[in-house]
Design a protein around this ligand. Structure first.
Ligand code: HEC
Ligand code: HEC
Length: 198
């Protein structure tokens, strides 16, 4: 398939998903393409798919930066190919403002206390909170990690550690160097369920 065909197939598939979901919410005050984002990133940016990151409550600057990188092809996300085509800088800023203002939903699923506690200890030792802040809510260009999907966190950390792509910040490769897969798993579990164990 030519790329153009593929993206129109994608758009039709997303439209079908939205129609099945019972029509669109009122979009009058919302930035362009929001309905498309929510088809993958979930209602108000709270993703229902463990492989797709939630955007709700992400710092505005982080989202803005990532959107520019993705639109320019500097961060390669095959499933988002074409989704940002034709969007202007003000469009991307409006999207970032919208998602930054949404409330992140607590992560569903059971907490495994030993893994949570190991992950908490390791994140503290590794000083992850010095950049992501002590409640892991992120700030400026540093993303929120609290209440993010565990599978996504694990995947993205493996990428940073083993094969950081173009456009990805090398501070994260340095932060994760030398940590084992088990240690990344434990931290992903802790961060996804952050705050559930006092
Ligand atoms: C077809 C599904 C799909 C659509 C539509 C989509 N995204 Fe994504 N998006 C993804 C996936 C999958 C990732 C994670 C890729 C990875 O593993 O690094 C992602 C990543 C992102 C990221 C980086 C988040 C992070 O924490 O690293 C941002 C920001 C983003 N998308 C914003 C948007 C916006 C805004 C829209 C609507 C204009 C949108 N996406 C539409 C699938 C989609
Ligand atoms: C020196 C500052 C710094 C430290 C320390 C740091 N991070 Fe990060 N982290 C960042 C920045 C900046 C980004 C965004 C990187 C990018 O744009 O590619 C990021 C991205 C991430 C992401 C991707 C999230 C997403 O939604 O895309 C994860 C997961 C993450 N960090 C986990 C950690 C963990 C776990 C630790 C501790 C072991 C840690 N970070 C330590 C600055 C830091």
């Amino acid at each position: 398939m030519k790329p153009a065909d593929r993206s129109s197939v994608l758009l039709r598939r997303l439209l079908a998903v939205l129609l099945m979901a019972g029509g669109l919410p009122a979009l009058a005050q919302q930035p362009p393409s929001l309905e498309l984002c929510m088809a993958c990133h979930g209602p108000q940016g709270n993703s229902q798919n463990p492989q797709i990151p939630s955007l709700a409550g992400q710092p505005r600057i982080f989202v803005e930066n990532q959107l520019v990188l993705i639109r320019e092809g500097l961060r390669d996300i095959p499933t988002m190919k074409g989704v940002l085509d034709g969007l202007s800088d003000p469009d991307l800023i409006a999207l970032a403002e919208y998602f930054a203002a949404q409330k992140p939903a607590p992560m569903a699923g059971a907490v495994d206390a030993p893994r949570y506690l190991r992950g908490r200890e390791l994140a503290a030792q590794s000083l992850c909170g010095s950049c992501h802040l002590p409640a892991y809510q992120g700030r400026d260009q540093v993303p929120r990690l609290a209440a993010q999907h565990e599978a996504f966190l694990r995947e993205v950390m493996l990428e940073y550690r083993d094969k950081p792509g173009l456009g990805r910040d090398t501070v994260m490769t340095n932060a994760l160097r030398g940590l084992s897969n088990q240690q990344l798993d434990d931290m992903a579990h802790f961060l996804a369920h952050f705050g559930k164990i006092p």
